[in-house]
Design a protein around this ligand. Structure first.
Ligand code: PNS
Length: 159
């Protein structure tokens, strides 16, 4: 079975990498798909986000890193995959995730969304929290891969 793990990954965190690692042990192939939403520029460029993901998953044979634009259901059809993986950190994620899962399933009934419970070590962690901590000089070294930590420092130094 192949699955898609979609997200903004702006930037990838150790919480995302934990989900990717666990998925790679349960499924034949994990496609990590970065949303390339042209109307929203984001913090890191799509190329930077892809590079962070590729560098940090290069030792996991069955992980592919890709980007997509438009609807996730169209991307899933194009890739011939009908399972989406989402990470659930806390109850607060549930409402939004439920809405997306139901809408996606309505538009593409063969598509199932499977939720993977985040490791408790990362249940508070999000990309936006990491960006904010970095902005004010907080130490994010245990929350993101080294290259991301350095890139955040460089971005904010130049800001
Ligand atoms: O990491 P995020 O920002 O929580 O990821 C959200 C993402 C990219 C999975 C979601 O916004 C998405 O699937 N966007 C693609 C556009 C789409 O299909 N929208 C309809 C979802 S109901």
């Amino acid at each position: 079975m192949n699955v898609i793990y979609p997200g903004s990954f702006d930037p990838v965190t150790n919480g995302h990498l934990d989900i990717i690692q666990r998925c790679s042990k349960k499924f034949n192939k994990v496609i990590v798909a970065v949303l390339n939403n042209n109307s929203k520029s984001g913090f890191f460029t799509i190329e930077e986000r892809l590079e962070f993901l590729r560098e940090n998953t290069k030792d996991i044979e069955n992980v592919e890193v890709d980007s997509f634009s438009g609807l996730l259901i169209d991307y899933a059809k194009m890739k011939n995959v009908n399972i989406i993986i989402k990470g659930l950190r806390a109850v607060s994620d549930y409402e939004n995730e439920m809405q997306m899962a139901l809408a996606n399933n309505k538009l593409y009934p063969e598509l199932e969304t499977l939720f993977m419970v985040s490791n408790t070590r990362y249940s508070f962690l999000s990309s936006s929290l990491v960006r904010e901590l970095s902005l004010f000089g907080g130490d994010v070294s245990c929350l993101v891969p080294k290259a991301v930590e350095i890139a955040l420092k460089n971005k904010f130094k130049g800001a």
